[in-house]
Design a protein around this ligand. Structure first.
Ligand code: ATP
Ligand code: MG
Length: 445
């Protein structure tokens, strides 16, 4: 992509309405535009990151054996009357009437609808286990939408629902979600800690929230600092192996880590003092096991191997896809702008031409662009007729993790400069070597 032909409406000034750094940088980098309180348009750069995040979420869900589908944003009120939540949900639910005066709502979550789909088509243990998920816009008429996409009213969520024949299988589904989420967040360059949480209005026995530590987070969290050292890494997890999956969950949930709702001061005080941490966190996901709460109310049953008809065991599991952009920026930035982790960056590398119009520099940049594209890596090439300082400032603000700087002086010696956004360190090398290095970096992402 050439910047001269792109749409990147960068702001020079700090927008007054943005209270936290991620919101500020998303506005300044031209990623989003607010259309109403808590409702945003995703401008091209923001949209690219959103799609990257969505892609990672899909890949890890499919890897865990979960099946994607798509349910609508609008739902009939009658479904929610069956579970009793139409009246319970309160003002956060946006209620709408169509021209026939039928009551509808913009879905804040999809337990009722997925249970309806399940009961219409499945009635035997032979079709289980089954986990269905979608990535779809939700609407919650939040009392205080704020912090940009972090607490929107319309926001993108991955929500998945497991259907199992018994409690043990449903708990395995819960564990499978935990592991797939750990992998998902790690691929985005995040440390998200599973913390024992309170079940809230969805209701249930077992629930963990995943929290990214950040001073601007809305939740107060208490944890043993050793928990931040745990990494899933590249280990090969067989999602069908109950013991193996449970062992990973145990490893990640044994050290103390809780949100304020479930905090237990006595347990916390038993941790060695130097490891006792109180901090703030951003909730980027939550998993729930709730058993037969919806299946009983809505008549979703299966016939077991023994021939008994039982309500199906369920859980629901969410990831805040659009909130993740904010969380990643809160966790990865400096005073010049965003620093995207390689896994989610909108472009893998930027090319800065120090002297637009110089024959050698223009040709070298075009050559780099072509070579990177041939390797499936689309660079953002700043080909504008701008001062070098302005080009660097834009690249730093939008946070591409790597930059190749091309100028006549370097080219005279056969070199360009490869710079890491994170460390600021630069290295001179031939254009071919720079392309190979970038390809190597992204081969592992
Ligand atoms: P919160 O406590 O932050 O209001 P929640 O617990 O009500 O969130 P869930 O029902 O668990 O939210 O939804 C799953 C995920 O969706 C959350 O973990 C969060 O990452 C994301 N999410 C929830 N509400 C919002 C919102 N208003 N804006 C953006 N993302 C949200
Ligand atoms: Mg939650």
């Amino acid at each position: 992509m050439r910047l001269s032909r792109y749409f990147l409406p960068v702001l020079k000034e700090n927008p007054a309405e943005a209270q936290i750094v991620s919101h500020r940088y998303m506005l300044r980098a031209g990623m989003i535009k607010q259309q109403a309180a808590g409702i945003y348009s995703w401008l091209p750069l923001g949209y690219r990151v959103l799609k990257r995040i969505e892609q990672i979420v899909h890949e890890e869900q499919v890897r865990a054996g979960h099946i994607p589908l798509l349910m609508p944003t609008l739902q009939p009120a009658d479904l929610w009357r069956e579970s009793g939540r139409y009246d319970d949900y309160g003002q956060e639910m946006l209620r709408i009437k169509d021209r026939q005066d039928r009551e509808m709502l913009y879905g804040p979550t999809n337990e009722e609808m997925i249970t309806d789909i399940f009961r219409s088509h499945v009635n035997s243990y032979k079709d289980l286990p089954m986990t269905l998920y979608h990535i779809q816009w939700k609407f919650r008429d939040e009392m205080r939408p704020r912090f940009g996409v972090m607490r929107g009213r319309e926001f993108l969520m991955k929500d998945g629902y497991n259907f199992d024949v018994d409690r043990e299988s449903a708990l395995h589904a819960y564990n499978r979600h935990m592991v797939s989420y750990l992998r998902t967040y790690e691929r985005m360059g995040l440390t998200a800690i599973p913390m024992r949480a309170d079940s809230g209005p969805i209701g249930g026995d077992d629930t963990h929230e995943f929290l990214v530590l950040a001073s601007t987070g809305e939740s107060e969290v208490f944890f043993d600092s050793a928990v931040t050292e745990l990494k899933l890494g590249n280990r090969d997890v067989d999602y069908d192996n109950r013991e193996q999956v449970a062992a990973v969950c145990k490893e990640f949930t044994t050290l103390y880590a809780r949100t304020d709702e479930t905090h237990d001061a006595a347990l916390f005080d038993a941790i060695p003092e130097e490891r006792r941490k109180v901090a703030r966190g951003i909730e980027v996901g939550q998993i729930f096991y709730f058993g037969t709460k919806y299946s009983e109310a809505m008549g979703a049953t299966v016939v077991t191997k023994e021939g008994n008809k039982v309500p199906v065991e369920m859980g629901s599991h969410g990831i805040g896809v659009s909130r993740l952009l904010g969380a990643i920026i809160e966790a990865s930035h400096d005073d010049k702008g965003i620093i995207w982790p390689e896994g989610v960056t909108p472009f893998p590398v930027g090319i800065v031409n120090l002297k637009q119009g110089d024959g050698a520099a223009d040709a070298a940049c075009a050559g780099l662009e072509k070579a990177l594209l041939a390797k499936g890596l689309e660079p953002l090439y700043d080909d504008r007729d701008e001062r070098a300082g302005a080009k660097f400032a834009t690249m730093d603000l939008i946070g591409l993790p790597w930059r190749i700087t091309v100028g006549p002086r370097g080219l005279a010696n056969g070199v360009v400069e490869l710079t890491s956004r994170r460390t600021g360190e630069s290295e001179e090398m031939s254009p071919e070597a720079a392309v190979d290095r970038i390809a190597q970096i992204y081969a592992g992402v």
